[in-house]
Design a protein around this ligand. Structure first.
Ligand code: HEM
Length: 393
């Protein structure tokens, strides 16, 4: 079980600036505002214009990604994680900031790596996450994370925001999420520059979660070749092998989607702490205001009380008899209620498009030993290698 409370400290060198980070701040009018600006862009509804934009971003980036993958040696162990992460990062920066970067751009590579290092660290479940008074013993660790955060901030300011500010037209509709945030800064006296930066960093950083989930999904299919074959069968049927898969195919590829859900069930989401905002009672237990509460997602995902054969990897458990995707109410990888994950639709979209594209083109097998931490959606920044074999058909 891992918890992301470290972020609280990471973003709070000597100030209370952590309170502005989206997942860990208290519920407030400011948080409502930030969620409402983000909702349009980060939770696009299926039939909305934004969804169409997400689909186009996915399609464009996927062809750049494939060009990079094609440069890798085939039938030999390769390190695919940096490319997967770079593709996810570009999908995010293109969608949210109308900016993408060359895969050879050293600064971009460095920042993608730093985001990933942070994602790995905050998913480790250190004692300090639960016992904040241990913080003095984690000085070096926190220093390292602060260094990565500082470099990320400089990159976002100099390579994304500066240009946006210079070309922003306040009299036109926002071009993207970054514009919407910058415009809001002018309109809303309760928003300040720090809020904008935190929000953009939080959201761009979401790409690491998707890249890691994708790597976990590759593990699932490597360990279950029959699962990979069923995805390939689905993608072949839908595209007739005459075109690349697109996001608009997602609703017709339920098995592929079910594989992603099953991977997320087995991996489990990080645990974000909550605090009771009032005295209350839960199943006969008194919960005084201020009590910190954790939803044990891991237990929910692996309990025999809720799942048949929870140890087995069975994507079918997320399919109805007629083949549609169904999620039981007790499956809440993105949590639930007013603090539910804002990025969950983007997770579903971008994970799907990269997975379907890779499997349309390649058979994927292990390029060495694969070691995975149970109950953790993160894989180490330097992780297992894979072998890509172009499909003969
Ligand atoms: C594998 C992928 C992901 C998983 C499993 C995941 C899971 C979660 C969970 C469990 C929470 C806590 C909700 C709560 O406090 O009850 C959360 C919050 C959040 N997530 Fe995600 N997330 C993922 C990816 C993303 C992405 C890609 C983004 C950005 C686009 C994102 C943005 C957020 C934000 C902003 C919050 C805080 C919401 C709030 O407290 O108001 N997440 N996520």
């Amino acid at each position: 079980m891992v918890c992301v409370a470290q972020v609280y400290y990471v973003f709070s060198p000597a100030t209370n600036s952590c309170l502005k980070a989206l997942a860990l701040c208290d519920w407030s009018d400011l948080q409502k505002t930030r969620r409402s600006i983000a909702r349009t862009y980060c939770s696009p509804r299926f039939t909305s214009l934004q969804y169409d934009i997400v689909a186009n971003v996915g399609t464009d980036e996927i062809s750049a990604f494939l060009q990079e993958v094609e440069k890798l040696p085939v039938n030999a162990p390769v390190d695919i994680k940096p490319l997967v992460l770079a593709a996810c990062a570009n999908m995010f920066t293109q969608y949210m900031c109308s900016t993408s970067f060359s895969y050879d751009d050293k600064e971009f590579q460095k920042v993608v790596r730093y985001f990933d290092e942070i994602f790995w660290e905050i998913n480790q479940g250190y004692a300090v996450d639960f016992l904040p008074w241990l913080l003095p013993f984690y000085k070096n660790h926190m220093k390292k994370i602060s260094h990565w955060s500082t470099e990320i901030r400089q990159f976002i300011l100099s390579r994304i925001i500066d240009n946006h500010r210079a070309t922003l037209d306040y009299n036109s509709p926002p071009r993207d999420f970054t514009d919407a945030l910058l415009m809001h800064l002018e309109d809303d006296p309760n928003m300040n520059w720090q809020h904008i930066i935190f929000e953009l960093e939080d959201f761009i950083g979401g790409h690491s979660a998707i890249g890691n989930l994708l790597m976990m999904t590759l593990v699932s299919i490597i360990q279950h070749p029959n699962v990979a074959q069923r995805i390939q069968q689905e993608v072949d049927e839908i595209t007739g092998n005459t075109r690349a898969p697109s996001l608009l195919d997602k609703s017709m590829m339920p098995y592929t989607e079910a594989v992603i859900w099953e991977t997320l069930r087995k991996a489990s989401s990080p645990i974000v702490p909550h605090v009771a905002s009032t005295d209350t009672e839960l199943f006969g237990y008194n919960i005084p205001k201020g009590t910190m509460i954790f939803i044990n997602n891991y237990d929910l995902n692996v309990s025999n009380d809720y799942w048949e054969n929870p140890d087995q990897f069975l994507p079918e458990r997320f399919l109805s008899p007629s083949g549609n995707v169904v999620k039981p109410n007790h499956f809440i990888p993105f949590s639930t209620g007013k603090r539910t994950c804002i990025g969950q639709r983007l997770v579903q979209c971008f994970t799907f498009i990269i997975l379907a594209t890779l499997l349309q083109k390649y058979d994927i097998t292990a390029g060495g030993e694969i070691e995975i931490k149970p109950g953790c959606v993160a894989v180490p920044p330097d992780c297992f290698k894979v072998i890509l074999s172009p499909r003969s058909s």
